[in-house]
Design a protein around this ligand. Sequence first.
Ligand SMILES: C[S@@+](CC[C@H](N)C(=O)[O-])C[C@H]1O[C@@H](n2cnc3c(N)ncnc32)[C@H](O)[C@@H]1O
Length: 211
Amino acid sequence: MELNHIYTGDALKTLRTLPSESVDCVVTSPPYYCLRDYGVGGQIGLENSPERYIANLAKVFMECRRVLKNNGTMWIVIGDSYAGSGRGWGSKNDLYSRKVQPKASFATEFAKPKKLQNYKNKDLIGVPWMLAFALRNAGWYLRQDIIWSKPNPMPESVRDRCTKAHEYLFLRQNRQNTTSTIPPCSNPPSTMDAVRRHTTAVQSTITTPQD
Ligand SMILES: C[S@@+](CC[C@H](N)C(=O)[O-])C[C@H]1O[C@@H](n2cnc3c(N)ncnc32)[C@H](O)[C@@H]1O
């Protein structure tokens, strides 16, 4: 496996080319359920049901488990979605207006939520926890749920509930006790520069004793 190399391609197929126990840490934000169309054939996120979506994600994450070292960690950012009435499903908003990014063709956002069997119109699906429990049942250690709170969330047109202003970050481990330590983050950085400075500082302190 080449270091400092970006592997592109279908996640499951590409992961299968990587050797077992060769990765220290996985950080990922998979596509959310029925939120965006990335215009890629075989993309994850547009399955007919949330259960099928979770099953497809679980396949990818079980492959992550194979490539992850025993004392590795996996961090998943994931947000939730709503079930809809089906009215307006399929109409999309360009995430990038043609004026601003004429070449950008890779993502459009669905204007209305999808009608789903076994879910009532306006039901919150509970995707993050469906994934959390599916991976826990598959053998991953579910170590932590971290709330990514958004001070300036994307405004929503709905008037009968609050605007969504958080997403989930789940910490998973391959085994109960790992020897890697996560340094305290006393005052979280607030600007990108500060994030970069903090990341460099953190990287220089993480110790992963050799097995
Ligand atoms: C939420 S976005 C995250 C993007 C990235 N983390 C970022 O910050 O730019 C999800 C990404 O997953 C990609 N994707 C969807 N299905 C995929 C698949 N089967 N294999 C690999 N990538 C996929 C989409 O094209 C999209 O770029």
